[in-house]
Design a binder for this molecule. Sequence first.
Ligand code: PPS
Length: 332
Amino acid sequence: MFVGESGCADALSKYEALAASLPARQGLGITPYRKYDGFWYPEHLMAPTLAVRDTFAARPTDVILATMPKSGTTWLKAVVYAVVHRGRHAPAGGRHPLLASSPHDLVPFLHSFYESPRSAPPGPLLEDMPSPRLFAVHTPFTALPASVPGSGCRVVYLCRDPKDVFVSLRHFLDEIKPGGSDIPPFAEAFDQFCGGVSPFGPVWGHMAGYWEESVARPGEVMFLRYEHLKEDAVGTVRRLAEFLGCPFTDEEVASGVPEAVIALCSLDRMRSVQANQDGVHGTGRLSFKNTAFFRKGEVGDWKAHITTEMAQKLDGIVEEMLRGSGLSLAGK
Ligand code: PPS
């Protein structure tokens, strides 16, 4: 069942009532959080997330990109868009859509279709999108749309060192906070992150959920690491294309198409795009400049911002919480 023609606000009201009944707290974000099924959600995304879960109808050709915020979402959106649409849009061409639009506009967040206020109900909008549809979520695996498992659609998860996630998140919040709003001091924010209180956190539960699913259903869920995409971009992009059912042909490999995808989606190239310099992302409730999505894009930037003791503390918590899951981030 899709959210009906009566409009998004009506369809959301039952989820808004549920969201309002959930445990709430202030967190390191700029909005309060609500806790649902063990995870902390930015309050304004709680009702849309529940509406997506219950009403979104997945197609077998859909691709869903899942990340913790600040794990490389923007990069993954660009790479997957470039790979999937390379037949229509040559990655080496000068008129590629990624050179005219933000990756966030080309690969929308699923929740954005359900956010209120919105002029049109999400059902027809989603129905009218041609296949393959590409969407993104920050949602934990357990809160993905109920129609996703078993639909045959592909889920790609991108995981990043939680220390770099924290540092990136902190910078992002500093960058986008509306004038006059307060975010907790650095040390306090770090303690909250270590306690699992972050957007869509705890980070370890988020990673473990997708990891376990990628082990159980490797044909449907792929688990990638930001660090591996950096280290072996060509190998990772080729594996990604295979997983998505559109492997690079020998001719494409010989003519450097995977390398062209990587060059197109590089941080410097993306940052130079006009739409990423002066565009805005978000909805009426919360919006910010696209420039906030592009900072350093480095592995290990945490070393410039948190002490060895803090790093050991977070690493220890993550390793402990991941114990038994088969996933280990140690040494990377
Ligand atoms: S969001 O808000 O969740 O969509 O943010 P997200 O895109 O997940 O994370 C932003 C961080 O990703 C870096 N970034 C990139 N890295 C490599 N290549 C490309 N093309 C790229 N684009 C964005 C961005 O700089 C943020 O990381 P930090 O460490 O803050 O630099």
